[in-house]
Each structure stands twice: as C-alpha cells, then as structure tokens.
Design a protein around this ligand. Structure first.
Ligand SMILES: Cc1cc2nc3c(=O)[nH]c(=O)nc-3n(C[C@H](O)[C@H](O)[C@H](O)COP(=O)(O)OP(=O)(O)OC[C@H]3O[C@@H](n4cnc5c(N)ncnc54)[C@H](O)[C@@H]3O)c2cc1C
Length: 403
C-alpha cells in the first residue's frame, strides 16, 4: 500500500464505501480504511427505504445485497387499543443483512478502483500542509480526508468539528437478530413479511420493532431521546414477553446477549467541513429523528462528499471555503427533511403517540401519507401542509367522537 493518496476515507460503512466508489470512478486516488476486517457485523434492524434503491440502483446489480422485501406492516398504539394495518402491492421497504450489505458496498468501491486496507484503526489525524493519518503501525499522508467513521468518529474529534452530542442528542438501541428459517417466518409473518412497530412501547421516546427478513428475524427497541430514567434492557425483556404472549414471535426466542448501540439523534453537526476535512453519515449526525433511518443519509452524504472532493482535487484547493459546497449540497438535499422529521418526532413521541396510531388506523389517507413520507416515495416538504391540516382535522373530529 502506498503512503500517499489524494483522499483517504475513514470508515467503510455505507457512507465511506459510497464516497470511495464515487471518488474512484472520477479518477481520484483514494484509500478506504476501516478498523475492522470485512465482512463485519453491524447492529442494525436492516430496513432500507425504496429511495435507497432509487438513488443507488447499482446495488441491485451486485448479487444478494437485498435480502428480502416487506409488503405489510402493523403499527400498534402504546395502549395496544389501535392498530394501523398497512399493505401494499409494491414493497414498503427492502431488508438487508448488514454484514452482507456493507461488504457488498465495499466490494463495489474496490471494483471502482478504490484501495482498501483493514484492520486499520485511525487514532488521530493531523492537519497541516496536507493531512497525516495516524494508524497503530504507520502514518499515511493525503491531501484530504473524508470522515465516515460512525457515531463515535475519531476524525470528527481530531478535526475539532465534534463538540459533543450531549445526552439528549444520543439515541440508544438494543437489537438481536435470529436465524429462524423461512418456514417459521412464513407461518408467523406470512410470505409478505408483515413487520410490527410498537410506538412508545413502555413509554419510551421511540419504538419496538419486529422485522422478519428472508430467513432472519430482527427484534429491537430504540429510544431516540436518551434522557432515560429506565433500563433499556428491562424494556427489551418486557417487549419479548409481550410479543410472546400475543404469539407474534415464537416462544423460544430470548433477548439475552442482544447488542447495544448509540445513534446520533436530533442534531447534525453545526459544521461538517474544515480545511481538508469532510464528515458524512453518522459521523456528521445524519439520522432521521423520527424513524432512526441512517443508511439513506449516509449514502447520500457520501456521494455529496465525493463530488465536493473531486472538485477540490481538480482545483488543488482543499480550504474550508472550497469544501463548504458540501454542506450546501446536503442541506439542500435532505437538511430541511431532517428538521421536519424532528418536529414530527417531538410531536408524536412527545405526547400524540396514541392519537397518531388511532388517526392512522382510521384515516387511510393519513396512513398512506405517513408511509409515503417515511419511505421517501413522497417528499415530506410536499406533504407537510396536507399532513398538518388533515391531522389537525382528524384530531378535532376525535375530540367529538366523530373519527
Ligand atoms: C440498532 C440500530 C438499528 C438501525 N436500524 C436502521 C435501519 O433499519 N435502517 C437504516 O437506514 N438505519 C438504521 N440504523 C442507522 C444506521 O445503522 C446508521 O445510520 C448507518 O450505519 C450509518 O452509516 P455510516 O457509514 O455513517 O457509519 P457506520 O455504518 O457506523 O460505519 C462506520 C465504519 O467506520 C469504522 N470505524 C469507526 N471508527 C474507526 C476508526 N477510528 N478507524 C477506522 N475505522 C473506523 C467502523 O468499523 C465502521 O465500519 C440503525 C442503527 C442502530 C444502532
């Protein structure tokens, strides 16, 4: 491996591999580093919205990156009294096994011409006339670095762009994936793979989920706002108990030995660029504060970061002024959407959770609007007014028992 590159991308998750692919395709001499050997596991529920495939259709050309599709979903209210059932002829979401999906994206980057080196933990980056990337056993030089090293990004810390999420800006998840086989999944979730979302289960600012894939069953809880006064493991145990008592899942599944992970919530970094540095994906805080979706934003920001870096390499200009084009690009693309989803998240998890499911269960148009904006098939900007007007009217009718 050479010791000098135009651009080094740190982290080979969806953000980093996407950035590396677009850089290599545009003739940039790029090295992708990860602290883990691949394929590597990644705690995740593994839903990807149709807009991921619309934006990056090449993932369909590469073997088995998509594991299965789901066509149906049940959304349960906190009391359990209301259930919104959704069924579509077209897939609502695709499902992936992250170990396989991330490895596939990495291979696409390598096929496009990126160099890859792992295990290679980046301990520090030093920014001067170029960038020095400090690994355990060697230093590498580059003109610039893209930090795609996840929620605990060392690039964000070393570059001074990370000033702390704070407790109220960190989501917590617990998740476990079981290999149960397609026969059992067909029996419990039909061939259409109906998933379940339990809004604000046990009062959390988030939800519990049951996500059947082709052969695997993924179950977890996410608390998107971590001013927690409770133990999330207790919530997960209670969740399994409830699911078993209603025969949603087989009796022999246990939540013990699940995996815990944090995710940035409700806050993107104020600045995602510095001299010779760009941050994307979780490292920049790009997670949907309503659904917890992050893969789409990771890949979109990886692509935007690559395009800005290509222009910097061509101009030989890596100043923060030049690289600020990246922030404009992602803000225009999805910055406004993240803010709107934050307001929706605060409204629903902050108190309207029961009403939200009741309205979705009774008003088909509202239900479809929510599915469309959550899956990205309609832009939240275009539906915002309709959702506010219709939602308010539904709530008003509900007050008088007319919903
Ligand atoms: C439990 C859970 C469930 C989720 N479910 C979904 C879902 O269903 N759908 C969805 O869209 N999103 C989901 N998300 C969010 C999604 O997983 C992330 O938003 C997404 O993985 C972000 O991609 P990334 O490339 O930015 O970071 P990551 O996928 O975290 O990749 C970062 C990479 O950087 C490497 N790295 C870290 N530090 C260093 C270092 N110092 N040196 C070198 N390499 C380093 C890591 O090994 C890793 O490979 C979920 C998250 C959690 C925690």
């Amino acid at each position: 491996m050479p010791n000098k590159y135009d651009v080094v991308v740190v982290g080979a998750g969806p953000a980093g591999s996407t950035a590396a692919k677009f850089l290599a395709e545009n003739g940039v001499n790029v090295l992708l580093l990860d602290k883990e050997r691949f394929p590597r596991p990644k705690p995740c529920s593994g839903w990807i919205t149709p807009r991921v495939i619309d934006s990056f259709p090449y993932i369909l050309d590469h073997g088995d990156l998509i594991d299965s599709y789901d066509y149906g979903m049940f959304i349960h209210s906190p009391s359990g009294q209301y259930v919104a059932k959704i069924r579509r002829d077209k897939p609502i979401n695709a499902s992936v096994l992250r170990e396989r999906f991330d490895y596939g994206l990495l291979n696409i980057a390598i096929e496009s011409g990126a160099d890859f080196h792992a295990p290679a933990k980046v301990n520090e980056i030093r920014i001067g006339k170029g960038v020095e990337i400090v690994l355990d056993d060697r230093n590498i030089r580059a003109e610039a670095v893209i930090g795609a090293d996840g929620a605990r990004s060392s690039v964000a810390r070393s570059s001074g762009l990370f000033t702390g999420w704070g407790r109220s800006h960190t989501g917590m998840c617990l998740v476990k994936e079981f290999r149960v086989g397609s026969d059992i999944l067909d029996r419990y979730f039909t061939e259409e793979r109906y998933s379940h979302i339990h809004v604000s289960f046990s009062g959390i600012h988030g939800y519990g989920w049951v996500h059947p894939k082709k052969e695997n069953l993924n179950i977890g809880v996410v608390c998107l706002h971590s001013k927690m006064r409770f133990n999330l493991m207790d919530v997960l145990r209670a969740y399994f108990q409830m699911l078993k008592s209603y025969r949603v899942i087989p009796n022999d599944l246990s939540p013990e030995h699940c995996v815990g992970w944090t995710m940035p919530y409700a806050r993107t970094l104020r600045r995602t660029y510095a001299n010779r540095i760009l941050l994307c994906g979780d490292a920049a805080g790009f997670v949907n504060p309503f659904s917890g979706e992050g893969i789409y934003y990771a890949m979109r920001s990886g692509e935007h970061a690559a395009h800005t870096m290509v222009s910097a390499v061509n101009a030989g200009n890596f100043t923060k002024k030049h690289l600020s084009a990246y922030q404009k690009a992602w803000r225009k693309d999805f910055g406004g959407d993240l803010k709107t989803f934050l307001n929706i998240s605060r409204l629903i998890f902050g108190g309207l959770n029961e009403s939200f499911v009741k309205v979705s269960a009774k008003d088909e148009r509202m239900r479809n609007l929510f599915v469309d904006v959550s899956s990205g098939s309609r832009n939240i900007k275009d539906c915002k007014t309709e959702m506010i007007v219709r939602g308010s009217w539904d709530l008003f009718k509900d007050l008088f028992g007319a919903l």
